[in-house]
Write a protein that binds this ligand. Structure first.
Ligand code: 0L1
Ligand code: MG
Length: 262
């Protein structure tokens, strides 16, 4: 850690205000170049406390930057982890209001819902599959609070990994008999295919992202509780959207998710 508690709380307020006011700000490492990952997760935790004090609640967890496509797009090499709050959940087929966002992008993900808690260290794909109640299709709408989506890993962790909105599909599938590595998905924007991938794009197997989340939380004395909804990270690069755009993602075996930006 390099920052004191007062600075952590100031930076949390700065980033959360930017989110609530849909306003882009400079990446925080410009002013705090030595800010490390522990500082960044402490800022994220402080954002959580601010939202909970206002009545929001955490309804899921997310892994980000888990595919080569995303790492290459953002110029980073390490996954990151964030929090999904109740107000971020949008119904499948719903409208997403651009006025509440800065410069959203969409990414297609496979999400897990757990029936048992997962605790690291040493959590692995097998443990995740054994603890999974079902998997569902999901689309994450990310919206970095940083100008032009320009950031480094510490800045983006502090900004709750650009979490903004998410849409969950309607088909809950048992992992038994489903090979999540070869499960394909195709994303269309306004009827044109803009991205496609298979589950293996996410760290070789999307359950690996969930295992890495459990191992990350274990380093902080925490676990993933039973019942948690976990997004495993975009299998494709993130696609920018604007008002009027319609997104439709077809997932093999998991149905489809769609939304319209207004
Ligand atoms: O969910 C994600 O992969 C996003 C992580 C943060 C980086 C970004 O905003 O693209
Ligand atoms: Mg994501």
């Amino acid at each position: 850690m390099t920052l004191d508690e007062k600075t952590i709380q100031q930076l949390a307020a700065h980033l959360e205000d930017a989110e609530r006011e849909a306003r882009a700000v400079a990446k925080i490492t410009d002013a705090h170049p030595h800010l490390d990952w522990d500082d960044a997760y402490a800022i994220q935790a402080s954002i959580r406390a601010r939202k909970e004090a206002r009545g929001s609640r955490v309804v899921g967890l997310k892994a980000g930057l888990t595919s080569r496509a995303k790492m290459k797009q953002m110029g980073v090499e390490t996954p990151c982890f964030g929090l999904l709050f109740d107000y971020m959940s949008a119904a499948n087929g719903s409208e997403i209001r651009m006025a509440e966002l800065i410069h959203p992008k969409v990414e297609a993900e496979i999400a897990f819902v757990l029936k048992q808690p997962l605790r690291g260290p040493g959590c692995h794909v097998g443990a995740v599959l054994a603890a999974t109640d079902f998997v569902v299709a999901a689309v994450e709408i990310i919206d970095s609070r940083y100008e032009n989506f320009r950031f480094d890993l510490a800045s983006v962790i502090a900004d709750n990994t650009s979490a903004s909105r998410f849409v969950v599909g309607d088909v809950a599938a048992d992992v038994e008999g489903l090979d999540l590595r070869t499960l394909g998905l195709v994303m269309e924007k306004n009827g044109e295919i803009v991205a496609m991938a298979a589950g293996a794009a996410v760290l070789g197997h999307p359950a690996t992202a969930v295992a890495e989340l459990a191992n990350h939380l274990a380093r902080r004395g925490q676990e993933i509780p039973a019942g948690t909804y976990v997004m495993s990270g975009g299998a494709t690069e993130a696609i920018p959207v604007a008002a009027g755009d319609a997104i439709h993602v077809r997932f093999q075996n998991l149905g489809s998710t769609s939304m319209r930006f207004v």
